[in-house]
Every structure is written in C-alpha cells, then in structure tokens.
Design a protein. Structure first.
Length: 346
C-alpha cells in the first residue's frame, strides 16, 4: 500500500513510518514539524525509495489537496495531533485548531480525493485516537469500544471531537474509515516532556524526579512498536466503520513506573545514592484522571492481535535506548517548554 502518515515525525507516527516501510509499504510522511516533531526519528528510512516527506500542516487544505493529487495514496493514517495534556491546560486553542479543525480539513481532502477516484472500496482513512476520550475509571473496570465518552481535559475533549467527526464522515458520506483508541505509549524516540523520558533524563541529570500528587494514578502502558504493529493490523484488516481499543495489558501506578526506572538505572548507571532519592512529589495536575484501562477483547478476537512486549521488557529497552542516544535527546532539551512544569494555569 501507499500510505499517507500524518504526524510521521512524531513519537508514535515515526514508529508507524519505520514499521510500514519495513513491511514493504510506501509511506508519505506528512508533518508540520512543530515542537515535538523530529526528522531524526525517521532517519533510518529517510533514504528508502519507499519514503517521501511533505512539510505540510493539516490545517492547510490547499496543501493537503496537492499531497493527495501528487501521491495518490491507498490509505491515510492520521496521527498528527497536539497530545500533551499539560500543554492543553495552558493553551487549549492550539489543540482545538489542530485536533478538530485539522482533522476536518484532512477528512475533506481525503473525501474529495476518494470521490474523484471513483470511491474505491479499497481506500482507508484510519484515525488514531486515545483512551483519554473515555474519561476516568475507578479502581475497577476497563474501557470498551462502547464506553460513553467523558473527556476531562482540553486535550481529550479535542480528540473526542475529532473521533466524532471521523464517525460522522463515515455515516454521512460513506468515507471508508477505521478508528483506534490506544493506552499510554512509551519507548524509543519519546519526546522528553512525557512521564517516562522525564524520569530517565531527570534521574541522569541529578535533578528532582517530579511525581504528580501521590503517584497513584494508573495507566495501561503500551510499547510504541507494539502499537505501530496494531495500527497496521487494523488498517489492513479492521472492519469499516469499526473502532478498536489498543492496550498494552500492562497496568501500573505512576509511582511504580518511576521506581522501576530508578531500579534499572541503579543497575545500568550506578551512582553513590539510589535514584529513588531524587523522587519529588509535586502538586497534582488539574483534573488528573485517576485510572485508564483498556479491554482489548475486540482487537484480540477479531484481528488476532495482542501486545508482545511486557512492561518490564519495555522499560528495560526504553532506558537502554535513552542511555545509548544522548545526542538525540540533548538536541531536544532546548525546545520550548521542555524541562518546565506545564499545566499549572488551570
């Protein structure tokens, strides 16, 4: 297939780009190169004849039309999004513009291209979203594809809005879509503002390791390369109009994630005192959801997919990657907002 991947220079998008090319697909990486994007993430495939890059913002309809006309794709995998909850608290407008209006323009460009091509049954528009649209769970239960939406941050509200647009374009116009909602991703090339890279890099720098509240918020952790594999599976075999929840089957409290990383660093980069001495509990994020957990029954039973990387394996691989790729993360530490406490304006 020839696939347009939006946001292909980002964390999850670049994993999709690398895996898709490795699987024999052609990829057009469409990215606006905002603060969290990094073309080094796809350097390993940039010279491939199966790879092309388009520096385009999904809010630019004319540019999107040109990309579709030029490349004639078989599918779109839509990952481009503003995704950091703390940034959405400080500046929600960008999230509305990119995640909702950008998705609208992309849907319209894809629909125009699809109609012009004679509405081929083989075309796919795959919208990639988050489990945060479902809101917050208590100590028990899991999100299913039928869980009512209950977004609680500007970020999750903007993603919920984009999900609704994609479903509406399928129902109203017949656009062939599939949707996925994933749990928290982690792994190589993770931009250094999210929990796991912050823990690793602050620990190495001898800085306080910030933990919101008491660190008791629970997430289901999904290794990014497993996620990319699931996304390509859904793109090729998912039922039209269907949504699939993708989870790592790895629930853990934030404080336990932090302590696990510290223990790995104690082994791999030992120093005089244990890294847990650097843990600092800080004021919680406004509206911080207590727990997310995915019920992956549908994707497992319908498509035969389940994650292959355990949390212990994934954390070990992630720490090893950051230890071995200092040039990559040091180059990003001067970008706007990195290393600062965001999300306190609420």
């Amino acid at each position: 297939m020839k696939i347009i991947v939006t946001g292909g220079a980002g964390f999850i998008g670049s994993a999709v780009v690398r895996q898709a090319i490795g699987a024999g697909h052609e990829v057009v990486n469409l990215d606006a190169l905002t603060y969290a994007a990094c073309l080094d993430n796809v350097a390993s495939v940039a010279d491939s004849p199966s790879y092309a890059f388009e520096h385009v913002d999904i809010r630019d309809r004319a540019a999107l039309d040109r990309v579709f006309d030029t490349h004639q794709p078989d599918a779109v995998m839509h990952l481009a999004a503003e995704s950091h909850v703390d940034r959405s608290i400080d500046g929600p407008g960008t999230f509305i513009e990119t995640n909702i209006l950008g998705t609208f323009h992309l849907l319209e460009a894809a629909r125009a291209y699809w109609v012009k091509a004679g509405k081929p049954d083989s075309f796919r528009f795959h919208h990639i979203s988050t489990d945060e649209v479902y809101g917050s769970l208590g100590e028990t239960g899991q999100f299913t594809e039928d869980t009512p939406y209950d977004p609680r941050s500007p970020y999750s509200a903007s993603k919920a809005g984009s999900d609704h647009l994609v479903r509406a374009w399928h129902e109203t116009y017949g656009l062939p879509v599939v949707l996925t909602n994933c749990s928290n991703n982690y792994g190589p090339f993770h931009f250094p503002e999210k929990l796991i890279p912050v823990v690793i890099l602050n620990a190495l720098a001898g800085k306080p390791i910030p933990v919101y509240g008491k660190g008791e918020n629970v997430r289901d952790w999904l290794f990014v390369e497993d996620h990319a594999d699931a996304l390509l599976t859904v793109l090729q075999r998912g039922a039209l109009g269907r949504s699939y929840n993708i989870g790592g089957e790895n629930e853990a409290r934030n404080i336990d994630i932090v302590r696990s990383i510290c223990a790995i660093l104690d082994r791999k980069r030992p120093k005089d005192a244990p890294y847990t001495d650097q843990i600092s509990f800080v004021t919680d994020r406004p509206g911080h959801d207590l727990r997310y957990a995915i019920d992956p029954t549908r994707i497992r039973e319908e498509l035969g997919w389940r994650p292959s990387v355990t949390l212990d394996q994934g954390l070990e691989r992630t720490v090893d990657w950051y230890l071995g790729n200092e040039d990559w993360w040091r180059a990003l530490q001067s970008r706007e907002g990195v290393g600062e406490r965001l999300g306190v304006k609420g």
